[in-house]
Design a protein around this ligand. Structure first.
Ligand SMILES: Nc1nc2c(ncn2[C@@H]2O[C@H](COP(=O)(O)OP(=O)(O)O)[C@@H](O)[C@H]2O)c(=O)[nH]1
Ligand SMILES: [Mg+2]
Length: 210
């Protein structure tokens, strides 16, 4: 559920970058962080585990409109991908309003992508989030690698995109597709928010207007 702050008139949405280890989740976050002006972002927080880190920061997007007079703030999180960080992944997924699944397009990583997608579904279910309806986009990352090393988006769609959600080819290392992906998930999250009628409370909702 998004967090609504009536004092600052802000809605905060939590977006989690999920996917197998080394698919490029951290690279996405660093790229976005580097592009957002200082006065529109918080500090990047890094929680270190032994060989990987959970990162997060929040920011106010420049070009996404407000909802019922509330500004939207996004919190972006990455999870550690390695199998043994299961408990961290579950924790980070808690309360997610949207998920970006970052797949590694390399042919040799296909099984890891599939496994991570199954892991996502299981962990969402455990958090009481409906995997069939939660705002979700896919990113097919590392499309900059030589063609013989990677699967094309159509093949990755067949293997991973069961819900037929928006999918974005990307090369996060050079920023390709990063903001398209972010915009894709933001739009889904905001669309869901506005159809849910949020933020509707006795103090701001207009009785009888819906
Ligand atoms: N060629 C290529 N390498 C990438 C791309 N995105 C990430 N990488 C590399 O993949 C490795 C793992 O990336 P990282 O963001 O740490 O993965 P994470 O485990 O998902 O957070 C790093 O060496 C990155 O430089 C990409 O789009 N293209
Ligand atoms: Mg990482």
């Amino acid at each position: 559920m998004p967090l609504v702050n009536y004092a600052t008139r802000e809605i905060t949405c939590k977006i989690v970058y999920y996917g197998p280890g080394r698919s490029g989740k951290t690279t996405n976050l660093h790229y976005i962080y580097g592009q957002v002006p200082n006065d529109r972002k918080g500090t990047m927080v890094s929680l270190a585990t032994q060989t990987d880190r959970t990162l997060f920061f929040d920011f106010l997007p420049l070009d996404l409109g407000s909802i019922s007079g509330f500004n939207t703030r996004f919190q972006l999180y990455t999870v550690p991908g390695q199998v043994y960080y299961q408990s961290t992944r579950k924790l980070v997924l808690q309360g997610a309003d949207g998920v970006v699944f970052v797949a590694d397009s390399q042919v040799r990583q296909l099984d890891e992508n599939i496994e991570s997608m199954q892991d996502l579904h299981a962990n969402l279910a455990e958090q009481g989030i409906d995997a069939r309806t939660v705002p979700l986009v896919l990113q097919y990352n590392k499309q900059d690698l030589p063609a013989e090393l990677i699967h094309d988006p159509a093949t990755l769609d067949d293997a991973l995109n069961f819900r037929g959600v928006p999918a974005f080819p990307a090369g996060a290392l050079h920023g390709m597709g990063v903001f398209e992906t972010l915009r894709g998930i933001s739009e889904l999250v905001l669309r869901r928010l506005s159809t849910a009628g949020s933020p509707a409370t006795p103090s701001t909702a207009h009785a009888g207007s819906r």
